[in-house]
Write a protein that binds this ligand. Sequence first.
Ligand code: NAD
Length: 376
Amino acid sequence: MILGIIKEEGSEKRVSIAPDAIAPLSKLGIQQILVEKGAGENASYSDAAYQEQGATILSGEEVIKKANFLVKIQPLNDAQYKLTSAGQILIGQYNPLANTEVVEPLKKAKVTSFSLDLLPRSTRAQAMDVLSSMATVAGYKAVLVAANNLPSFFPMFMTAAGTIRPAKVLVIGAGVAGLQAVSTAKRLGAVVEAFDVRTAAKEEVLSLGAKFVDVEGAVESATAGGYAIEQSEEYKQRQAEAVHNHAMAANVIICTAQVPGRKAPIIIRKETVEAMQPGSVIIDLAASSGGNCAVTQDNKTIIHNGVTVIGDSNLPSSMPKDASAMYGKNILNFIKLFFEKGEFKLNFEDDIIAASCVTHQGEVVSDRLKSSLSAA
Ligand code: NAD
């Protein structure tokens, strides 16, 4: 078997597999690893670093034509699809539940494609979970970006020039990114509070030394796989009021609330932003799915009534070296599922393979994607 790593495009700085995963991949039963020239350069990994681990550097065209497994975080572009062949295995992160247009080219190319955002949230899948590892990077970096944009300190300072009060940080959504934001903001000395619709999140927030903002009446579902579900209009109203009151005292708000396959809930209204203290900063990690803040613009930094609102759902790309290393380890663990004692085996009985498979032989495989496509 031959595995190919394709260079990402546009502003994406990560590479799907860093050099440290090359040797372990070779031990699985993959005979050759091909890397597109310059694939890792934006993430500080040279071609030589891949070669030292035993990979071969080729043009993108050659990599696509020769590889059985093709790895690229983003979907292939039209020219790249033309070079693929039926039965080739594509691994990436296509977000097909929201970006349904990615499915047709995969069907047409008759490739066997896997989107790692469809992985089940099970204990066995944890080592492959790119959503969790990238959320860890995003939650951490969001706090640094906020601190950098804030016209004040994060920690308390008692100096001869007076006492500086610590920054107040409100984290909306205490999942993987939110909890990482809570601990990073705490480490920087801020006073932190957070809230979430899942009751399990409360204990985690408190264990990190932050305050939990309780909003009564959230609904949860045991079948949602640990994720949040859409809330009632009445709850949303109550939540918006609670956020309004806490936002007025906050210097920084970090938004991470998402509901899989849906538009992100709007939790900070325009009037809330307008009531915040000038100089405050909102980082909206849910920007690409609509944002948690009503004034967020995806991939833009705006100043609304003196408040800096940063819409950025791809902060992992701004820390590409470690983000790529984590991503590559996730992919290595995923690829292990395709080998049994060094022999390649495509086993759709495996719940992880079945859940994350977008297309096989021109048909959609993931049940979650099938029902989402038929509901659309
Ligand atoms: P996510 O990115 O989908 O959402 C982020 C957070 O926003 C979640 O905690 C969610 O509850 C919250 N949220 C959604 N709507 C909200 C609203 N209206 N108001 C406030 N908060 C809202 O989720 P995530 O961070 O990827 O993970 C969510 C859960 O899944 C966590 O319990 C996490 O521990 C679990 N998880 C399990 C695994 C695994 O077992 N493999 C992997 C990752 C995450």
